[in-house]
Design a protein. Sequence first.
Length: 262
Amino acid sequence: MADPSPPDTGCILSGQPTEVVPGYAPQHGQLVNQAILRVHPECGGVGGRCVVPERPQAFQAAVEAELRKAGLCAGQHAPDTDEIAVSTPGSGIWEGYHIYAGAWDDPAGVGAVVWAPNSARPAWKAPGGPTPPPAGACPAPQPDRSPEHLIIALKCEGRWCDATPQTKATLPYCTQIGMSPMADGTLRAGCPMRSECPGWDCEHRKACELWALGGDYRWETQPPGSIVLRNLDNPAQSSCTGCSAIRVCSQDESVCSTWVSP
């Protein structure tokens, strides 16, 4: 097994959710596969048959730890279940993955890896529902995140589709963050949550975008259920495989982008 470094600093999921999220497209399958390869690099690559030499609970725990090192939340839906649960911090949605195939009670503890997308199972609403990022993550001034004042722009170029939450009809806010008036003197009543760096308070751009959305970006595909690949370095970017269109919504789906062909 891989050395346990960097340290496991992510959040641990535990408990039993009871409500399935209908039509949800799994978003973390690629990262689950990568975590498995970090635990068992001898597997060689995704898709091939790979024997798991340890007991299933130990294997799942090691993969969960790798996912947490990557900045995700991970754990199990309940103690001793045969699925791991994976979530982006603040999203309130737990994706299920059945990553071990074999007799669960085999004393020898020998099974095989199940790779995504085959390992993907239904996603569940976290116990207690979505938890928006704390207000302190986005310092004042904070954008108005009501549906009347929030839009999400989405464009796809090359591999990645890039989402940009923006305010609308919020001239005072755009003025406060230095994005109005524009260089030619035109007043601007709609703007991103912060400017790109270098710019005023640009280091909080991502945090303010997630705060405005009420949690993580919620990606949807046509047809439903297509695999969504997330850019771990930029939560606003994703791509999808086997899809004809993709869009992104706020956590409660009150605001969505238009459908875009990747």
